[in-house]
Design a protein around this ligand. Structure first.
Ligand SMILES: C[S@@+](CC[C@H](N)C(=O)[O-])C[C@H]1O[C@@H](n2cnc3c(N)ncnc32)[C@H](O)[C@@H]1O
Length: 322
């Protein structure tokens, strides 16, 4: 064996040794080609793929959220999971990067880079919040201005999933989020997390996504939520892009009849920015798809075809006029 051959063998040996650390950072195509090189790497690749299929949240939620696909050969959707809002990343970061994870693990109030404390804001002094907690008098959760801890019941939307979910491939709509068991009306489902964008960046990305969608199948997940004054004027707007970096809410499809979810803008005492949360608007059966209305179809006559199959389906998918 010459020096070059020995070097190659050593490189291969090194890769095999650290494969369990390196391979989780590969995109599906890269993983597949590494898997084809030798038996040892095939075994590690298979384990990585199995883990990805078995939990879309990559162990960052309280329960695993498995993928199920009986439609085609795609085993899972590829994106970076974040349980909390994140700062925008450069668009040059590839969409298909599974590697990094953002977050702190399940069952805790998640550290949020946007949870800036508002100076002078009042919170509660409760040791354990009950019906006397002053925060209950306002339509808000306990937040960074409160003394109470993560066990406080008035931090309902800050502790991650409290229901079991799964991601199921639909022939026409792509991946869809479904209930893995019965969910009663009024239950917190999940927050919508992703990159928090300025309106200008949201408009740029929407244009880019519209262009990509024209030439290939693409499922963008850019959510724009607006709050209105009684006068009808918009007083607040949040742009959250979960296309590259997001959480399980990025799989929720549109339904023209409003589906079984409602969105709520949740504020916490002392927090500068509100968050967007989903609650069940009625009882949801086991295996039922979770859906909400993306908006008004009358604003978008050129939208793509809607397959919500509700009785009042308008045939067109709403698109936000960013
Ligand atoms: C936020 S993503 C939802 C998850 C997506 N189905 C996926 O595979 O990743 C939004 C995209 O899902 C698809 N979609 C959502 N609701 C739909 C519906 N009612 N009919 C057809 N396609 C839908 C569209 O491609 C849309 O751009």
């Amino acid at each position: 064996m010459d020096k070059q051959q020995r070097g190659k063998l050593e490189d291969g040996g090194l890769l095999c040794r650290f494969a369990h650390l390196v391979l989780p950072f590969l995109e599906p195509a890269g993983l597949a080609s590494v898997s084809a090189t030798c038996k040892a790497l095939h075994v590690v690749s298979k384990a990585v793929t199995f883990r990805r299929i078995s939990d879309a949240s990559r162990y960052l939620e309280n329960y695993p959220i498995p993928f199920f696909n009986s439609v085609d050969s795609q085993l899972y959707a590829n994106f970076i999971y974040t349980p909390v809002q994140t700062l925008p990343t450069s668009p040059s970061i590839p969409i298909l990067c599974w590697g990094g994870d953002i977050g702190n693990g399940p069952d805790q109030v998640r550290p949020d880079p946007f949870l800036f404390r508002v100076e002078g804001a009042h919170g509660c002094d409760c040791e354990s919040c009950g019906s006397n907690c002053p925060c209950m008098d306002f339509p808000q959760e306990c937040g960074p201005s409160c003394r109470c801890g993560s066990e406080c019941e008035n931090r309902l939307t800050q502790k991650g999933l409290s229901v079991k979910l799964k991601v199921v491939k639909d022939r026409r709509k792509g991946w869809s989020l479904c209930a893995a068991h019965f969910i009663p009306k009024g239950k917190f489902i999940c927050e919508y997390t992703g990159e928090l964008l300025t309106t200008e960046e949201a408009r740029n990305r929407q244009r880019l996504y519209d262009q990509i969608s024209k030439s290939s199948h693409f499922s963008p997940a850019l959510l724009v939520v607006k709050e209105y004054l009684p006068s009808g004027n918009v007083c607040m707007r949040i742009n959250i892009d979960a296309t590259r970096i997001g959480n399980i809410a990025r799989f929720i499809n549109h339904s023209c009849d409003g589906g079984n979810l409602c969105t709520l803008i949740v504020r916490s005492s002392g927090a500068l920015l509100p968050r967007v949360s989903f609650f069940s608007s009625r009882d949801v059966l086991e295996n039922e798809e979770l859906a909400f209305s993306y908006g008004d179809t009358t604003l978008n006559s050129k939208g793509s075809q809607c397959f919500c199959s509700s009785a009042c389906c308008r045939g067109i998918l709403p698109a936000e006029h960013t």
